[in-house]
Design a protein around this ligand. Structure first.
Ligand SMILES: NC(=O)c1ccc[n+]([C@@H]2O[C@H](COP(=O)([O-])OP(=O)(O)OC[C@H]3O[C@@H](n4cnc5c(N)ncnc54)[C@H](OP(=O)(O)O)[C@@H]3O)[C@@H](O)[C@H]2O)c1
Length: 257
């Protein structure tokens, strides 16, 4: 039964895995025996996450500096993972960003930037890992959505569009690749304490307290708390689960007030 959740002999790519939620998930995978490739752009931050994971869990860890919005870079990234780690069993599309503005204030280029950072990147990485997963006889893709996959917000136009898109794309990829034994699912984090939300808490007065009041668990989530759901969706335990969007939100999306 324990083997159901084992990730030994597996190789996982985690985009944006050098900090925040991505690092929480990469650490969770490593704790279950997976080798991990962390893809991000900041060199020292990536090197430090790779060293931390290697030393703490004794797995192979690889840091790769690529912009996942660039298709050529994504192609090179998958080739490098295959060359260095030999296979790709799991992909977590976690890299993401936001620009907060009222709808009327966005430049078209800013809309494109958010959509590319959150949605195009997840599509491109999925497209480029697909051949390796198909050849290997299966795989697991996990897309990171958000509570804004369900809810909107005045300054969340492109972000919520991209995260709503993550859920719909997840369903379509799940249907397309079911026959290849590739399960595609989404995780929808609630409010998690990371660099992204530390900035939001500076920008939005009262956000910290509002989140605590609305979240039945009565607190913000920690990045490592996404690890359990990610391990489930990356392991044999979820072999008949595909196309779902799993909230990990302390009850936020169940609470009307
Ligand atoms: N924190 C929350 O409450 C929350 C809630 C719901 C959903 N999410 C989602 O969870 C994911 C992780 O967010 P987080 O809060 O952990 O934020 P974070 O700490 O800012 O992490 C984002 C990561 O993505 C990487 N990244 C961004 N754009 C990239 C690109 N073009 N190419 C490669 N790497 C890129 C960044 O690394 P580099 O700067 O080194 O490239 C960084 O490691 C995002 O998709 C976010 O939308 C977060």
């Amino acid at each position: 039964m324990n083997d159901l959740f084992s990730l030994k002999q597996s190789v996982a790519i985690v985009t944006g895995g050098n900090g925040g939620i991505g690092k929480g998930i990469a650490r969770g995978f490593a704790s279950m025996g997976a080798d991990v490739a962390i893809v991000a752009r900041n060199s020292p931050k990536t090197a430090s996450a790779v060293t931390e994971i290697r030393e703490e869990f004794g797995v192979r860890a690889l840091g790769l500096l690529f912009d996942v919005t660039d298709e050529k870079a994504v192609q090179q990234m998958t080739e490098e993972v295959l060359r260095e780690l030999g296979r790709i069993d799991i992909l977590v599309n976690n890299a993401g960003m936001n620009i907060r503005k009222m709808p009327q204030d966005y430049e078209a280029s800013e809309w494109d930037q958010v959509m590319a950072g959150n949605l195009r990147s997840a599509f491109l990485c999925s497209k480029w890992v697909y051949p390796a997963m198909k050849t290997a006889g299966g795989g697991k893709i996990i897309n990171i959505g958000s509570m804004t996959s369900y809810f909107g917000g005045a300054k969340l136009g492109p972000y919520s569009a991209s995260k709503g898109g993550i859920v719909q794309m997840t369903r379509s990829l799940a249907c397309a690749w079911a026959e290849d034994n590739i399960q595609v699912n989404a995780i929808l984090p609630g409010w998690i304490d990371t660099e992204l939300t530390r900035q939001a808490r500076k920008d939005i007065e009262g956000l910290h307290e509002k989140v605590i009041a609305r979240t039945p668990r009565g607190r913000w989530g920690e990045p490592q708390e996404l690890g359990g759901a990610a391990i489930f969706l990356a392991s044999a335990a979820s072999d008949f689960v595909t196309g779902i969007a799993l909230p990990v939100d302390g009850g936020f999306s169940s609470n009307i007030l």
